[in-house]
Design a protein around this ligand. Sequence first.
Ligand code: BES
Ligand code: ZN
Ligand code: ZN
Length: 509
Amino acid sequence: MVKALIKIAVKAQKGDCLSVAGDLLAVGVFSDASAKSLVKILDRKLSGGIEKIKKLGDFEAKPGSSCLLYAEGRLGARRLLLLGLGKRKKVTADVLRKAAALAATKAVGLKAKSVLLSLHTDIPGSAKLDSVRIGQTLAEGACFGAYRYDEYLTDKNHKRPANFKVLIVDSDAAVVAKLRKGVSAGVVTGLAQNFARTIANRPANVINPVTLAAEAKKLAKRISFLRCTVLDDKQLKQKKMGGILAVGQGSATPPRLIVLHYTPASATKKTPTIGLVGKAVTFDSGGISLKPGAGMHDMKFDKSGGIAVLGAMDAIARLKPKCRVYGLIPAAENMPSGVSYRPGDIVTTYSGKTIEIQNTDAEGRMILCDAITYAENLGCKSIVDIATLTGACVVALGQKRAGLMSNDDKLVARLKKASDRTGERLWHLPCDDEFVEEMKSKIADLKNLGGKWGGACTAAAFLSQFVDKAQWAHIDMAGVGVWGAGENDAPGSIGFGVRLLTAFAMNYK
Ligand code: BES
Ligand code: ZN
Ligand code: ZN
C-alpha cells in the first residue's frame, strides 16, 4: 500500500520567537555573535545555559553544527535548537539554506509537528542578503530538510509527523512582508524539488517511460500555464527519432518524448524561447554492453536529469518568468534483450546524422541528441541539457560539483549566476573540436564512444554536434544527484537541478 508523503507548509508571521508556542525553536548562532544578538537574550533567559555549553566545547557555532536544549518552561517553545552559522561576515545564502534544512531534519526526527525558525535576525548588512532572499532561502532549506521518502514503508508507526509546519517569525511587520514574499517563492521551488525527489526515488518497476509521461501530464493538469504533450513510440517512428527508439527498443516498455511547455500570459512574437532537456533513462542496465552487478540498482536514478526538468517546469509555471520555456524529456529504459540495439549497429538520428554504436551503455547521448534537435526545431534560442551522463564526470569532479560544457560563454555566465544563487554548484569543462575529433567514426558520421580519457568532455562534444545555431550548454550531474544510504535521514535523490534551472529561467531576458 503506497502512503502519502509528509505534508510541508511554510509561513512567515509577525511575532516574538521567545514567546510563540511550538514544539521547537531553531535559532541561528554566529561564532562571533554580537552582544545584542538573539542568542545572548536566550542565554540570559536560560540563566547562562548556552554559554556553559560553549565553554564545555560542545557547541562551536560552526556551519553544519547543532545543539538541542530543553526550554523547561522558560520559552514559548518546548525545545531549543542552536544552529551554527560560522562567522557573521562569512554568512551566505547557502549557509542559511543548509541550516534551515538541518533544523527541519532534526525537527522531523523528533516527531515535532512544527518548527519556529529564527535564523535571520543577526545577519550583518554587509552579507547583502535582503529579507526577500532570506525568506526564499529559508523556505527552500526547510522544505528540503523535512523531506522523507517513505511511501513504501508499510509500518504504521511513522517515525515522523504526517504534517509539518515551518514558521519564520519576526517582530517587524515590514520585515515580515518581505520574508513572506520570499517564502512564497521558496515554497514553490522547495516543493517542486521534493516532488522531483519523489519521482526520482521511485524504482524502475514503478517509473518507466510510460508512467513518467503520465506523471508529466498530471503535473500539467494541475497548473494552468503548463501544457504537456507526449510523443509515443508510433510518433517517434514517424518522426524518425532513431536515437530514442534505439535505446528503448530492448525494453518491454516503449520510449516516449515528453514535451512540457510554459507560455507567459504576456507572450508576443518577441518573447525569447528557451529549452530545458533532461535525460530520463528510467533504468540503465547498460543494455547488451551490460553493467557489472554491484551498484546497478542505483541506475534507477539515471532518470534524474529528466526529472530535474520536470521539477523545474513545475516551479517555472508557478513562478511565471517572462520567457517561454520548453521542457523536453526523452524517456527510455536501457535493457538487454533479443530486440535490443547492439554494439556495431548504425543508428540514424532525428537530425539525419548517423551514429556507429560502440557501447550500448553510452545511451544517454543517444536519446539527448534527438531531443536537442527537437528543441532547436521548436525555436529554442538557448538550450540547456542536464543528464547523469558519464562516470568520467564523477571521477573528474566528485560529488559536489556538476560538469558544465557549452558552446557559448554568455550562457555559461548565466548558468554560473543561477548556480551562485541556488547553491547547486557547477564547474566549467571543455568540449571543443579536439574532443569532437575523438567522436568521429570511419563508417558513420559519429560514434557513441570516445577514447579512454576525458569521457565527460567527449560525451559533451558528441552532443554539441546536434546543435545548429542555438546557444547550448550541457550539465553532467552523474555525481551530484544522490545521497548515500545510511549517512542521513533522507537517502536518495536530492532533486539536483530544480533550483538551478528554475533560477536560470526566472532571470532569462
Ligand atoms: N548512466 C551512466 C552514467 C553514470 C555513471 C551515471 C555513474 C551515474 C553514475 C551512463 O549511461 C553510462 O553508462 N556511461 C558510460 C559511458 C561509457 C560507456 C562511454 C560510463 O560513464 O561508463
Ligand atoms: Zn549507460
Ligand atoms: Zn545512463
